[in-house]
Design a protein around this ligand. Structure first.
Ligand SMILES: [Zn+2]
Length: 310
């Protein structure tokens, strides 16, 4: 079962031809969201046609077009509802109509965090499970939940999506969403440099000499016993673990999956969160498992077939 798939991020897109649990061909595109989504649609068409040709396939071989996007998504009407300061024109676009015009294919669109969970459920770390929560640690923190084998969407398509915007500190840092002390405002790629630069002793830390303050630098210097890096890293671990307990209490999953680039340090992150969740979550039935995502940035693309079959 083959499908065309696009995954749209804040500053990139991945176009692919997917065959069930495999990606047959894909192309990474660096993009600037300020140019607007409308202006890059022709690039997506052209790239998808080239990829089909490489696979010796035609659009007639595909069951549909899967579009994974950042932001809040109305998957019933096929609309982007709200993006957080990127691809500002996306809510005005009718992507299903575009796909019909370009490819004569029906298009389904879903939020990127939900697509990552769908992919992990279909072909990765959540195979065979029915009740799963996923947290994707990146520039922001994505969230998605599956209950009884179905993606949770909710009245306004926000259910489970705002896992990164759970308040972990009510007197905390102002978040981009309007709330205070969200997990993402306290421990995500965008907030990390702000937190590190305010930390007592920052100037003496190796972090002050890093060209970019990111999680890679933080975990590397923490492993070298840099005091500030260690303290900030441990604080991030607590934020993520507190958010995980929040998800357990809200959604009753059997497994929580952590994904995102930071999981290169899974050997530090997973045991900490597992221990914290087992000590602090109220789960008299047993222990919630904490697992690393398996599919990396392919997860959202591999959600294509189950999304189109839903
Ligand atoms: Zn927030």
């Amino acid at each position: 079962m083959k499908a065309l798939a696009v995954e749209l991020g804040g500053a990139h897109a991945e176009c692919a031809v997917v065959d069930d649990q495999k990606i047959l061909a894909s192309q990474h595109l660096e993009l600037d969201s300020a140019q607007g989504l409308f202006s890059v649609l022709p690039l997506f068409s052209e790239t998808c046609r080239t990829l089909l040709k490489e696979c010796r396939l035609s659009v007639k071989d595909c069951i549909g077009f899967s579009f994974s996007s950042c932001g809040l998504i109305d998957s019933t009407r096929g609309r982007v509802l709200s993006t957080n300061q990127k691809w500002d024109d996306a809510p005005s676009l009718d992507l299903p109509a575009w796909s019909q015009r370009e490819f004569s294919l029906r298009l389904k669109i879903e939020n990127d965090a939900r697509m990552a969970l769908l992919g992990e459920w279909y072909a990765g770390a959540a195979r065979g499970l029915q009740d799963v929560a996923m947290i994707t640690l990146g520039t922001g923190i994505g969230g998605a939940v599956m209950i009884d084998g179905r993606l949770l969407r909710g009245k306004h398509y926000q259910a489970g999506n705002l896992g990164g915007h759970q308040p972990v500190l009510f007197h905390g840092r102002k978040c981009t969403c309007g709330n205070l002390g969200c997990a993402e405002a306290e421990a995500a790629g965008w907030s990390l440099p702000l937190i590190v630069r305010e930390w007592p002793g920052f100037r003496e830390s190796g972090l002050a000499r890093e060209p970019r303050i990111n999680f890679e630098a933080l975990f590397r210097l923490a492993a070298q016993s840099d005091r500030v890096a260690r303290e900030v890293r441990d604080r991030c671990l607590h934020v993520w673990a507190a958010a995980a307990v929040g998800l357990v209490h809200a959604f009753d999953p059997e497994v929580i999956i952590f994904g995102g680039g930071v999981m290169k340090s899974a050997e530090v992150i997973l045991p900490f969160i597992e221990d914290y969740v087992s000590r602090h979550a109220w789960t008299p039935w047993g222990k919630v498992q904490v697992r690393a995502a398996e599919l990396g940035n392919q997860a959202g693309l591999l959600g294509a077939v189950p999304l189109l079959r839903e």
